[in-house]
Structure formats: structure tokens, C-alpha cells
Write a protein that binds this ligand. Sequence first.
Ligand SMILES: *Cc1c(COP(=O)(O)O)cnc(C)c1O
Length: 408
Amino acid sequence: MQSELIGEQSAEYFIDLEERYGAHNYHPLDVVIREAEGVWVTDVEGKRYLDCLSAYSAVNQGHAHPKIRKALIEQASRVTLTARAFRNDQLGPFYKELSDLTGYPRVLPMNTGAEAVETAIKLARKWGYKVKGVPEGQAEIIVCEGNFHGRTTTIVGFSTEAQYRDGFGPFTPGFKIIPYGDAGALEKAITPNTVGFLVEPIQGENGVVVPPAGFLRRAAELCKKHRVLLLNDEIQTGLGRTGKLLMQEHDGVRADVIMLGKALSGGFYPVSAVLADEETMGVFHPGDHGSTFGGNPLGAAVARAALRVLVEENLIDNAARMGEYFQDQLAEINSPHIREVRGRGLLIGVELKPEAGGARRFCEALRDRGVLAKETHTHTLRFAPPLVIQRTEIDWALERIRPVLMMA
Ligand SMILES: *Cc1c(COP(=O)(O)O)cnc(C)c1O
């Protein structure tokens, strides 16, 4: 009995269960996490790691933040789900607090990031038909090469990543693809039927690709000039990750529509939202769109706490300062493998040369030394720790990152 119990605690046991019973739609690093706090996670064998992924920026506030956990537990013991058939006492305050923080007057709550993107697509199309006057069925949305906006059938239909599309057609029509960061191509692609330009301010999943300076601002000007909605996907870049509340602030841009997700709940619960102005959001009427769980009181209470933590603990400022330090230190590593270090705030990519043999083996070596990072796009290591990270912890990580990047 005793030995069986120990066997059941081993990493191999849990990995085997996942491999045997789960769909194989991910290729995770073999670390089985049992608990986490702040920037640290602990595996089932008691080994500690510094998390440099933050669940793709969903735990900006740090793992298991006590204030968010408290809000979750308190709300869970009152009421968790009413559906939007009835009202609840968390949704209104959530709307107001998110609106006050971002300066967007209207909020539409959903659950996952992909749902927020789907919502923005529906919003842009409806606005195009009802406000701009695009002929029925003709609305076009422009997207970028290398985009990542989620995994629904509509969204993968306009991905340029062959694997994301392979086997999943036929796809939703109405999308045009331009090179990322190319304002000239954007202007050429716009027609009288263009209703939206859907863009990530930094392409996180594509390898932390930063567009040329001024691109977002130029895109915003073109959208305004041609009456096209700028649909800014800040699901990964938003909520402090890049050292501003929204990445667009770096460029002095205010998009027509913002998508948020991931860190909106501090990693406790899926909460996403679409933000827009009165006129745009006004095209939605009762029955046009919805979600059973979207706007539920548990998610709203968690999101309210997650936003409060971002502000009260100055995490946005910390991301700016720590991000600059981390990026500078990474750039000083004199490794034969590194092609470029780039990013903004605490969203940092280290692109390796093709001869380095891919980023995966470096991630595995980092894991063995206690740093969790994940390759993004074969040749790039992404470093995106929780925004609560301190300088001593970055130094701890760097002591492990340096030798790994110097290995043969
Ligand atoms: C993660 C992500 C999404 C999708 O969010 P899910 O919650 O996984 O559906 C959309 N856009 C961007 C930029 C993302 O990083």
C-alpha cells in the first residue's frame, strides 16, 4: 500500500495518465506541477521552479494571489452562476471598474480569449452593415501574417500557420491577410467593404514579434481615415505585461475595440472581455450574442480582484522596470546561439539562430536547472514571468539561463 502510494505521487505516474487518456493536442514539458505561489511553482516531487511563462501571461498577478483567491472563495460561497437571464451584484461593478480603468465606456464579458475575438469579429461585421452601410454579406476584415487569435474554426481559418488549419476547413470567408507591420499593405488592402483590422500589438505566439516603430499608430490613422474599426487583440499584451496597462499606450493609440482575456482573472478562472465605444457596442441588441457563463458573478468577482491587484500592487510599473532589466541582462549574454533579444516590458523573446537546433532543448535544460520557459515558434525562447517578479529572482533565473545559452 505504502509503495503504491509513493508510486502514485511520481511524475511518471501523472505523465502516463495524461498520455494514455488525454487527447494528444499538446506537447508539454515534462514537469508535473502540484502547487504554486507568486513566481514559483513546485512539482509533485517537491522540486521548485521559477515560472517564466505565466501560463501565456494569464498569471500576471502571480500564482494563487491571496487577494484574488479570497475573492474567489467568498464569491463561490455566495452565488457562482445566474446566467444573463437574471442580474447579479458582481457584473455591474465589474463593468464600471474595467471601464474606469481602461477608459472604454462599454464592456461585453465572455470567458476565453477566442470567444472575445469571435465577439469582436461579430461586432465589427454588424457595425459594418448597420452603421457603415456595407452591403449584406460583403464585410471584410484584414488580419496579419503570423497572427494568433485563438483556435475556433473561424479564427484558424485566417491563420497563416499551416498546422493550425490543416484538416479543419471549410473556413469562414471574409478575411484578408497582409504582412505584419506593413502599414502600406494595410492601406492597399482596405476597400469600401472593410469593417475591421484585427491585430496584435506584439505577436506573442509567433515568437514575440515586435512590429516596426509607429506601425500601430499608422494603422490607427489609416483605420480612422477609411472608417475601419481597429480591433486590438491585447489578450496577451494587455493588463500590464508590456509595462503599460495596454500595449497600445506605448504608441499613443486608442483602438476602437479591445480584446482582453488571460490575466483578466489572474489565472483563476476564464474571464475575457471586449471593450468598445457607445456607437460600436450599440449595434448589439438583446439576443444578438451571448454566453451562458459570460458575465457570471464568480468570474466577475475574480476579475474585479485581479484588476485591483494590478493597480494596488503597482504591477504595471514593476513590469516596465523589471522588463527593462531582464531584457538588458539577456542582451548582454554573449552566446553563439542568440540571434536577437526583443520584446517590451516582461514579454521577452530570445530568438536563436537556426543552427542552434531549436529552442526546445534549451527549455528542457532550463527546466532541469529550475527555470520554466517554453519555446514559441521553434527557434524562440519566451521569457514572460509573473509581473510580481523581483530583481533577485530575475538574477536567480539569469544564473541558470546564462550557462544554458552557452551550452554546445
Ligand atoms: C491566448 C491568446 C488568444 C486566445 O485565448 P484563449 O483563452 O486561449 O482562447 C487570443 N489572442 C491572443 C493574442 C492570445 O495570446
